[in-house]
Design a protein around this ligand. Sequence first.
Ligand SMILES: [Zn+2]
Length: 73
Amino acid sequence: MILKLLIFAIVAVMIYRFFGGQLPSMPKAKSKEQKKIEEDTLVECSKCGTYVTTKESTIIHGKYYCDECAGKL
Ligand SMILES: [Zn+2]
């Protein structure tokens, strides 16, 4: 009877750890997806007004600049 409970406890821990390992990875994947969306957001270059993605832009003193303008600054 005690052995049965012990096996049940081990199985329960294994199931808990299996799901415990799965659940934290889900919000992580979601934040990665959100980051991807953020990177694709278009921002206006403060100098020439060209729209570039935040991924391609350079932030200087809190303002977005396209690669071309950032190189000239
Ligand atoms: Zn520019």
